[in-house]
Design a protein around this ligand. Structure first.
Ligand code: ADP
Ligand code: MG
Length: 335
């Protein structure tokens, strides 16, 4: 099966269609999409547009009406559905933990089905609970009802990762958490994926979440029609149409600033000794740097690698010619 390479395999959808019996129109209509190996692709679109149906066809919880799905070159419709699902991690908003099983038993489920030796399963449970920041000694023997919603979702993510599947399907997996927990889970998960490099399809209706996590984003219309499929930076810089622009909202440039870190911008010079410049840490985004500059009324700030100016920050997101005029340029033109 396609899971020989746990670091991810390519997923191809070709003309994928689902017409639920008795419905006037297909829920998913002729969708084609290429998901490169090791990338996280976000499907973002309004409620009812067919995201969940698209996902469930990939692990065959829903049988396609027509079309083709290939994972690592293998035709998914040729594989046994139960066998297929053991090789695809699946995390959903409703979590779906078994209430009568402990946290540890929930996470161990698929490795056990795959016949892993008990010692390996136990070690894996330990490793995964630590990975999602749930102290194994504290949480392993609890039941799901003894956990908060956010903690349950972490167990759901740990369970989806348990057998180290090359493919993960995540359907609004952080949806049931409050905004603070949610941002925390998103950041942890983004860090995790940097090392795992699995092929992940991630569904959300939250565009902020899409740009925070996605290597690429597919913005969907009704019936899963793809309005635009590109990197977050490209979508923010050049939305395909008003529909996509509507998803982005008013502050596209600020969102683009949030995609670049200060480490990626060439400093304009070393930080002078005894300077009173506001500082940002390594890994800070340009949006955070701008926030610090505005808060201190300064046109520059200090980063670990040198001085970052407002002009350099503008240039970093305006490289395609959309760069706004700097004050001195406007003045020069007016003279
Ligand atoms: P999303 O996940 O984007 O909210 P869904 O894939 O759940 O969208 O649903 C897409 C459309 O298909 C909706 O109009 C929904 O009502 C319909 N639908 C979903 N599941 C079924 C089903 N089992 N039978 C009939 N219609 C369904
Ligand atoms: Mg859904």
């Amino acid at each position: 099966m396609f899971d020989r390479d746990p670091a991810g395999v390519r997923i191809e959808l070709r003309g994928l269609t689902k017409h639920y019996p008795g419905q006037p129109a297909p829920a998913v209509d002729d969708v084609s999409l290429d998901i490169p190996a090791g990338e996280l692709v976000v499907l973002v679109g309004p409620s009812g547009c067919g995201k969940t149906t698209t996902m469930k066809m990939i692990n065959r919880l829903v049988e396609p009406t027509s079309g083709e799905i290939r994972i690592g070159g293998e035709n998914v419709l040729d594989l046994h559905p139960d066998e297929l699902r053991r090789h695809i991690g699946y995390a959903i908003q409703q979590v779906g933990l078994f209430p009568h099983l402990t946290v540890g038993e929930n996470v161990a489920l698929v490795p056990k089905l795959l016949g892993w030796p008990a010692a390996r399963v136990a070690a894996r449970v330990e490793e995964l609970l630590s990975l999602v920041n749930l102290e194994p000694g504290v949480f392993r023997d609890r039941y799901p009802r003894q956990l908060s919603g956010g903690q349950q979702q972490r167990v759901g993510v740990a369970r989806a990762l348990a057998a180290d599947p090359p493919v993960m399907l995540m359907d609004e997996p952080f949806g049931a958490t409050d905004p603070i927990t949610r941002e925390h889970l998103q950041n942890e998960f983004a860090k995790l994926q940097k090392t795992l490099r699995k092929t992940i399809i991630f569904v959300t209706h939250d565009f902020e979440e899409a740009i925070r996590l996605g290597d690429r984003i597919a913005v969907l219309r009704e019936r899963s029609h793809i309005a635009q499929y590109d990197t977050p930076a490209n979508i923010l810089a050049a939305p395909a149409d008003d529909y996509v622009a509507g998803f982005i909202g008013q502050d596209a440039t600020l969102k683009r600033l949030a995609l670049v870190t200060v480490d990626e911008v060439e400093p304009s010079g070393p930080v002078p000794a005894g300077n009173g410049l506001p500082r940002v840490a390594a890994g800070a985004t340009l949006r955070e740097a701008l926030d610090v500059m505005v808060a201190h009324g300064s046109d520059r700030c200090a980063t670990p690698s040198g001085v970052l100016t407002y002009a350099a920050l503008c240039e970093a997101v305006g490289s395609d010619g959309a760069r706004p005029a700097r004050p001195e340029e406007v003045t020069a033109g007016d003279r």
